[in-house]
Design a protein around this ligand. Structure first.
Ligand code: FO1
Length: 306
């Protein structure tokens, strides 16, 4: 069964990894959010692409979910000692990725080709695509000012009160080569348990992507379990936007896009309030095996709906 997964952040990377464990390379394409991308030390950094690639390559830091495992921090230490910014931690191995990506981008190579070459080098067999080769930047609208995603998420530790989001460049950005084709030829689309506002909405904002997904059987996994986010500011964002954080709020958010929904077992009581087919299972991916088990449960669910 050919699947396209939309992913961003650590939760997205974990389910993408689970799907990669149970699907052949030709049956899975992962489309990744690039709205978090930004520049630091003159380097182009693409955190969600790196988080997904490192995770599938078994290179990811297991504690944080982002950056390399067994990392060293010598370059950053010296740069900070000279007065460089210290709030966005860049490990030595990770800097190798940013140096080479920046070099290639400066030579005019598109992000999608760079990602393909990096995946080959990292022995990632499944296809990982940025949502677009053109820049899209997630802007977090907070009381009194608009801030870039990393400024909000890392530098300000998600403290500012959120009032909205927008995605600079999305209206001009085209889907990266192969993205629409992968969705069109897939049996189903999986929306990973990523933050809908800042990890999935930027992908759906890129030209033709929402309409391409709408034409497909689409299943989402709730990133909210028992009213709480597994990781990150999602529940806080919902509350600040006047929305009760719950798996039901996720279904509301995606409106008519979903044909099926996957909740955690502890949200069993919510299923009677859901108007679309749903299943409950263990959605907390706190082990490699559980990533594959969730992916397997989703494939069974999809086969029932197809
Ligand atoms: N997240 C943090 O909370 N603190 C960091 O210092 C940090 C550094 C970092 C470096 C490379 C990278 O690929 C990701 C990094 N992240 C860090 C995560 C990043 O903020 C991502 O955008 C989140 O994972 C959400 O997608």
């Amino acid at each position: 069964m050919k699947i396209v997964a939309l992913a961003g952040g650590v939760g997205g990377a974990k389910l993408a990894h689970g799907l990669a464990q149970v699907l052949n390379p030709e049956d899975l394409t992962i489309v990744v959010n690039t709205g978090d991308d930004f520049e630091q030390y003159g380097l182009y950094i693409s955190p969600d692409l790196d988080t997904v690639c490192y995770t599938l390559a078994d290179l990811a830091n297991q504690e944080t979910g982002w950056g390399h495992k067994n990392e060293s921090w010598l370059v950053m230490e010296h740069a900070v000692r000279l007065g460089g910014p210290d709030w966005f931690k860049l490990g030595d191995k990770d800097l190798g990725t940013h140096l080479e990506r920046t070099r290639r981008l400066n030579n005019g190579q598109p992000l999608s080709k760079i990602t393909r070459d990096f995946c080959k080098a990292w022995k990632v067999q499944h296809t990982i695509l940025p949502m677009s080769d053109q820049p899209v930047r997630t802007i977090v609208e907070t009381v009194g000012k608009e801030i870039s995603f990393q400024e909000y998420f890392v530098h300000l530790k998600c403290e500012p009160k959120v009032i909205g989001f927008h995605f600079e460049g999305a209206e001009r950005a085209e889907a990266a080569p192969g993205v629409v084709e992968a969705i069109d030829s897939a049996e189903a689309v999986v929306i990973c348990p990523s933050n809908p506002w800042v990890s999935i909405d930027p992908i759906l904002a890129v030209a033709n992507l929402r309409s391409a997904v709408e034409a497909k059987l689409t299943i989402a996994v709730s990133p909210i379990i028992g009213g709480k986010a597994v990781k990150g500011p999602l529940a806080k964002m919902f509350t600040e936007l006047g929305i009760q954080p719950s798996a039901l709020a996720i279904i509301e958010h995606y409106q008519n896009l979903l044909n099926g929904f996957v909740l955690d077992n502890i949200d069993q009581d919510l299923t009677k309030m859901i108007g679309i087919p749903s299943i409950t299972t263990d959605t907390l991916m706190d082990s490699l095996t559980k990533r594959a088990q969730l992916a397997q449960a989703m494939l069974h669910f999809m086969r029932r709906l197809l």
